[in-house]
Design a protein around this ligand. Structure first.
Ligand code: PLP
Length: 407
């Protein structure tokens, strides 16, 4: 008799996005002609850079020529892309990452969700609250959490509150944790971290033989000079941190799918006295479960590092940040308290006094036909906030401000 993985039942029932879609569908049924301004979706709205398109087409044509055809590639990515990433994304920052430490993949979401497989279910995880829900849910499915608590939180998890009082920056816990999920700039708060605080995390992990899993999906958007672009800027991070990056947001690859994960060879796991290399384990896992990203997609990703590609990526990143700046400014002018939007195109907006995230979501939808994301959907500490995405097109952002202004 086949039996189910009973840990699935511990997942929170209303996964955020289906619940939002349900409420929008109900609203559309009532008011079919309403023109909604969608500031909820974190998907990109601008086309992929021309240099990536050309490389994609060229590589696809190459695949159709006898003698140039390529079948299975290396599961961890072609050397041309791994070398380009190592020199451009790390070498230029003075960080030494060897191409063999880079694993090219089809998405940061899947790599982050899968990485926990390398660890025993006894490990205690620490997760920022609020943050991207994938970290927690993948650990729940794996059975690394205990029974769901009455509070709605998962048992056996150390939540790291990111609130107004700590500037939305998670602080190192007083208890011992083993796996630490950090996201900088953080989705949904749009806030990043400075070097001294990230150093505290690296020092904590070194002291406690813990591992930091840092999601840098939005690192390309960092403008603050005091904020590290990579955790490997911090001394000792190579011994304790894995970094996940993606071309999804900076280069519009959400539909193409290409990302990479850095697992330094210095990162060791001290399991009951025995020393293991996390790099070797991830390579073993990758070789078993993944057959590589399509060659044309890897060529398209490599084209982003040509001078023309870099110019195009900077243009995309700059335009999303400009949208965020204008939208946040507009919200502030209307009297809202808003954070983020400077190093990431998400704006974290405080709901009016005594109004919950979901109630404010409903109010914006029904009264102003604006779609947002309720902050509480990213964790309990997100209650009292909503997330606006400045990936939305400028006309929607402008129209949304007009509607809010009209009251
Ligand atoms: N990490 C964070 C923090 C995200 O917000 C997202 C997407 O919204 C992802 C990862 C997903 O990245 P990818 O498209 O590479 O799977």
């Amino acid at each position: 008799m086949a039996k189910l993985n009973h840990h699935f039942s511990k997942l929170s029932n209303n996964y955020l996005f289906p619940e939002i879609e349900k409420r929008i569908a109900t609203y559309r049924q009532k008011t079919p002609n309403a023109r909604l301004m969608d500031l909820g979706i974190g998907d990109i709205t601008q086309p992929i850079p021309a240099s990536a398109v050309s490389a994609l087409v060229e590589a696809a044509q190459e695949m159709g020529k006898p003698g140039h055809f390529r079948g299975y590639g290396p599961s961890e990515g072609y050397p041309f892309l791994r070398e380009t990433i190592a020199s451009n994304e790390y070498g230029k920052l003075g960080i030494n990452i060897d191409p063999s430490e880079i694993f090219v993949s089809d998405g940061a979401q899947s790599d982050i969700a899968n990485f926990q497989e390398l660890f025993c279910t006894d490990n205690r995880i620490a997760i920022a609250d609020p943050t991207y829900p994938v970290y927690l849910d993948s650990n729940v499915i794996a059975g690394r959490t205990r029974a769901l608590l009455k509070t709605g939180r998962q048992g056996g998890v150390t939540y790291l509150p990111c609130t107004e009082s700590n500037g939305f920056k998670p602080e190192t816990p007083s208890v011992q944790v083993d796996l630490i999920y950090l996201c900088f700039p953080n989705n949904p708060t749009g806030v990043t971290i400075d070097r001294p605080l990230l150093k505290e995390w690296v020092d904590y992990a070194r002291k406690n033989q813990a591992v930091i899993l840092l999601d840098g999906a939005y690192s390309a958007f960092i403008t603050d000079e005091n904020a590290p672009k990579s955790i490997y800027e911090i001394e000792g991070a190579r011994e304790v941190a894995v970094e996940f990056r993606t071309f999804s947001k900076s280069a519009g690859f959400t539909g193409l799918r290409c990302s990479y994960t850095v697992v330094p060879k210095d990162l060791k796991i001290y399991d009951y006295g025995k020393v293991h290399s996390l790099h070797a384990l991830w390579k073993r896992r990758h070789d078993t479960k993944f057959n590589g990203v399509a060659y044309p997609i890897q060529r398209a990703a490599a084209a982003l590092f040509t001078p023309q590609g870099q110019k195009e990526v900077q243009g995309l990143v700059g335009s999303y940040l400009e949208r965020a700046r204008l939208f946040r400014q507009g919200l502030s002018a209307l009297g809202y308290t808003a954070y983020g939007g400077k190093d990431c195109p998400y704006i974290w907006c405080k709901t009016p006094e005594q109004v919950s995230s979901w109630d404010f979501f409903d109010y914006l939808l029904e009264e102003h036909k604006i779609v947002s994301i309720p902050g509480s959907g990213f964790g309990q500490a997100g209650e009292g906030f909503i997330r606006f995405s400045a990936f939305a097109d400028p006309s929607s952002l402008g129209e949304a401000l007009q509607r809010l202004k009209a009251g």
